[in-house]
Design a binder for this molecule. Sequence first.
Ligand code: HEM
Length: 412
Amino acid sequence: MTVAATVSPANGYDPFDLSAPHATWAKMRENKPVFQHKDTGYFIVTRHADIKAVFDDWQTFSSENAQAPMRPMCAEGRRIMTEGGFTAYSGLSARVPPDHTRIRKIVQGAFGPRRFKAIEPKIAQIVADALDRIAPLGRADFFRDVAYDVPAFVLFALVGIPDSDVQKVKAWSVSRAVLTWGELSDAEQLPHAHNMVAYWDYCRALVAAKRAIPGDDLPSDLLKLQAEGAEITDDEIAGVMYSVLFAGHETTTTLMANGVHTLLTHRDAWDAICADPALIPQATEEILRHAPSIVAWRRRAKADAQIGGVAVPEGSDILLLMGSGNRDETVFPHGEDFDIGRANARNHLSFGYGIHFCLGFQLAKLEFGIMLRQLTARFPDLRLTGDGKIDYLANVSFRIPSKVEITWGDAT
Ligand code: HEM
């Protein structure tokens, strides 16, 4: 067993900087695959096998810190949230057994392929409408003009809320991302604290509204299961909405944006799927591996443990770098290369692994597949434009680009 070395940003690694982390990750996989990061105190885990082993051992490595703020909320922010009645707790991802097992079983029942399949024509329509809007323009910011709204409209159909609420929920989601996974100053936290109060109010009001007038949607399904005897409280259902109204679109927006950017910077792959759309499912797996929406996720050691031979004491916080594990050469030969013909791309860790494995993975792939089919059919000559300078949101988990500028047809 070795004792973990500590590394600070001065040594070249800042977990909040997701602009171009891949070369640093590769060095860490090679030289310091598991180490304690000085400034955050987190144990950083970079190799595929170690990440998978931690995900798999939920008794030793709990997800209870998955939604904890990386930088604790300031006193004024806590006051705003307490006085605003903010009592939200994670829907699922930061819950642990037996509560997690109980709630997940119920939610899974309302979240199966049946509901996703039923929504497929609606997704196709939402994507077609978005592409109709940009078609006459000749150029667009694919992130802002297409990928931003489409998954939210899909999710809103699933959850049974009006499209007019998209902008509001999208804004709350950014607040949640930067408050939980970012490193805001005290003053910067305050407007986001107000947003979290509004967001939680909205989730609770949604459950109350669906109880009064049920619809053909996810919260109504959960209330129906509750009425039939399933053990889930109203606040737990609101908690699931709180999860899904974030996880259900933000990640898919990013998949679409990073996916299109990756394909357009690897022209052969774009041309290949234009020529043969049957390649889209395997291209999707390779995009998920190479350019995942969530590059890191957290766990906490519940006992003295070892990861990759490094001692990790009880109570330690752990940051699993799935973005790095996805490029681990021992699993993916030439892992830095993007190759839609890669046979084992689906062994990526982008949806997690084990008892918390993403519940929305089918929906995310379905939406992305529909998007790529329509995009390649309508805009085969799509290309990147602009200055190519993309910033990524400063936080440890979500690799969200600031823009993906595209053009097509004769526009220059
Ligand atoms: C590209 C899109 C997506 C990515 C990359 C993604 C990724 C993830 C990851 C990494 C986790 C944590 C897994 C773990 O701890 O082992 C997770 C959990 C979860 N995801 Fe997703 N997700 C995506 C889309 C979605 C969608 C569309 C939904 C819902 C409609 C969704 C709902 C959830 C839920 C409810 C959990 C918690 C599951 C649990 O703790 O039992 N996700 N996802």
